[in-house]
Design a binder for this molecule. Structure first.
Ligand SMILES: [Zn+2]
Length: 434
C-alpha cells in the first residue's frame, strides 16, 4: 500500500485514509460551497519510484487496476473489476478543425462498462468503501454515478440505494429524471428513489444513512473517486507514447474529474514517467458555469449560483464547482469556457456524423469547449499543430437519447418500392438544399 494520507489542497491538513467527508476545517456538512471536495490521496513517492517503472506498467493488461500501486485499495479481492478503463484515444480526422490541421484527440469514456467515465472513480471509491467495511452503497446522482455504483454493487453482491435527481443543482427545482439512466440503474438491481428537498437536506439524510445503516454514501469518500479519475490521465500519457498532451478539455460539473486528471498527470511527472504537464480547461454549460464566472473574476473559491438555468447538459449542471478544479486550472495555466446548448448540440452531431462517435450532450461539451478556445485564441498555434489537444468524452450518447426526440423527429414511413424510395430521397435532397 503506497497511499499514505488524505490531504486538503486548500489548507494542507492531513487526515487518515479512513476519514469520511470533507476537510472539517474548510467545509461544514450540508452547506453548499466550493471547499467540499478538497481532499486528495497522498502517496509514498520514494517507495513508488523503487517499485514501478514504465516498462512494468506497459506489460500489464489495460484497465483501471493496471495502476493498482497508484490506487488506494490494499486487498486484491476488493478490487472490483467490471473491465473499466482501457478506453480509446481517437484522433479526429473528418471534422472541420481536424481537416484544417488541428491535432485533436478524444478520450472515448462512453465505452466503459456502464457507459460513462464514472466506472473509474466509482470503481475505486466503492472498492475502498467495501474494503473498509461498508455494508451497502448509496449515492446522490443525476444518473451516471448511479449506473456505475449499481453495476459495481451487483458484481460485489451488496445492496445499493440510488437517490436519482434530474440534475444535482436542480435538487429543489423539480427537474425530471433521465429515463434511460433510471432504467439502467434499476436493471442492475439498485433501489431507486427521487428524494424531495434541497441539497443540504439530502446530504444530511446521506450522513444519517451512513451513520445509522453502516452503508457508504459515496460523496463521503470523494477523495477516492478523484483518485480513480487519475487513471484517465495515466492512459492518455501512455497512449501518446509517455507524453502529456498540450491541453485537456474536461466537461465540468463539480470539477472532481478535472482535478483527478490533473492529479494523475502530476503524479506521472513526479514519478518521471512524463516530462511536461498539460493545460487543464473546464467546459461548462452557460447558465451553470460557476467556475467560468470565478475564473473571469479571479476568485479562487467559486461562489454558489443563485439558480441554474435548464440546459442540454444536466450531468454537469451544478450550482457550484470546487476550488480544487480552479487550482488545477491555475497551476496548469489553463482556463474555463462556457458553451451554449447550440454549441453542444453541434459538437454532438459532428462527432457522431463525421467521426462515428456518439456521445452524451454533456460529453460533447468537450469538443464545443475546444472550439470555443480556438475561437478565443486561448491556445498557441504550436500547441494546436504539434502538441495534442485532448477532449474527455465522458459518456455514451445512448445515456440520453430520449431527450433528443424533439430534435430528431420520428423517421418517415416509405412504401417498400424503389420508386417510392426514390421519390423520398429526391424530396430529401430538395429539403436539404433549403
Ligand atoms: Zn482544508
Amino acid at each position: 500500500m503506497y497511499a499514505t494520507t488524505l490531504r486538503c489542497v486548500f489548507c494542507g491538513t492531513d487526515y487518515p485514509l479512513t476519514h469520511r467527508g470533507s476537510c472539517t476545517l474548510c467545509a461544514r456538512p450540508g452547506e453548499e460551497n466550493a471547499l467540499h471536495e478538497t481532499l486528495g490521496v497522498q502517496y509514498d513517492l520514494a517507495a513508488l519510484k523503487r517499485q514501478l517503472d514504465r516498462e512494468e506498467l506497459a506489460r500489464r493488461p489495460a484497465g483501471l487496476w493496471r495502476y493498482h500501486e497508484l490506487l488506494p485499495v490494499v486487498d486484491p479481492t476488493f478490487r472490483i473489476d467490471l473491465g473499466a478503463g482501457g478506453t480509446r484515444l481517437v484522433r479526429l480526422t473528418r471534422i472541420s478543425e481536424a481537416v484544417a490541421g488541428s491535432r485533436l484527440l478524444m478520450k472515448v469514456e462512453g465505452s466503459n462498462p456502464s457507459g460513462s467515465f464514472k466506472d473509474r472513480p466509482i470503481g475505486v471509491a466503492a472498492s475502498v468503501a467495501l474494503e473498509q467495511g461498508a455494508r451497502g452503497l448509496a449515492c446522490l446522482t443525476s444518473g451516471n454515478i448511479g449506473s456505475a455504483m449499481a453495476a459495481i454493487a451487483a458484481k460485489a453482491g451488496v445492496s445499493s440505494l440510488v437517490m436519482l435527481l434530474g440534475a444535482a443543482g436542480l435538487a429543489d427545482q423539480e427537474a425530471s429524471v433521465n429515463v434511460e439512466k433510471y432504467v439502467q440503474i434499476s436493471a442492475y438491481g439498485a433501489e431507486v428513489v427521487t428524494p424531495m428537498g434541497n441539497l443540504g437536506q439530502l446530504y444530511a439524510l446521506a450522513d444519517r444513512i451512513e451513520a445509522e445503516l453502516g452503508w457508504s454514501f459515496l460523496h463521503n469518500v470523494q477523495a477516492y473517486q478523484t483518485d480513480g479519475d487519475k487513471t484517465t490521465a495515466f492512459e492518455i500519457c501512455e497512449q501518446l507514447g509517455w507524453q502529456a498532451p498540450a491541453a485537456v478539455f474536461v466537461p465540468t460539473g463539480t470539477g472532481t474529474n478535472l482535478f483527478g486528471l490533473w492529479q494523475g498527470f502530476v503524479l506521472f511527472k513526479e514519478l518521471g514517467f512524463i516530462d511536461t504537464l498539460p493545460r487543464m480547461y473546464a467546459v461548462q454549460p452557460m447558465g451553470a458555469a460557476s467556475l467560468v464566472a470565478a475564473w473571469e473574476a479571479h476568485q479562487a473559491i467559486p461562489s454558489v449560483l443563485e439558480r441554474i438555468e435548464p440546459n442540454l447538459a444536466p450531468p454537469i449542471s451544478h450550482r457550484v464547482s470546487g476550488y480544487h478544479a480552479y487550482k488545477a486550472m491555475q497551476e496548469s495555466g489553463g482556463g474555463a469556457v462556457a458553451v451554449a446548448d447550440a454549441d453542444m448540440f453541434a459538437a454532438m452531431k459532428d462527432l457522431a456524423s463525421y467521426e462515428g462517435i456518439y456521445a452524451e450532450m454533456a460529453s460533447a461539451a468537450a469538443l464545443a469547449g475546444i472550439r470555443s478556445a480556438l475561437a478565443l485564441d486561448l491556445l498557441e498555434t504550436e500547441e494546436i499543430r504539434q502538441g495534442s489537444i485532448v477532449g474527455i468524452l465522458t459518456s455514451h450518447g445512448l445515456k440520453n437519447s430520449l431527450a433528443l426526440t424533439q430534435i430528431f423527429p420520428p423517421q418517415t414511413k416509405v412504401e417498400g418500392t424503389l420508386e417510392a424510395l426514390h421519390s423520398y430521397l429526391e424530396l430529401k435532397k430538395v429539403e436539404l438544399k433549403k
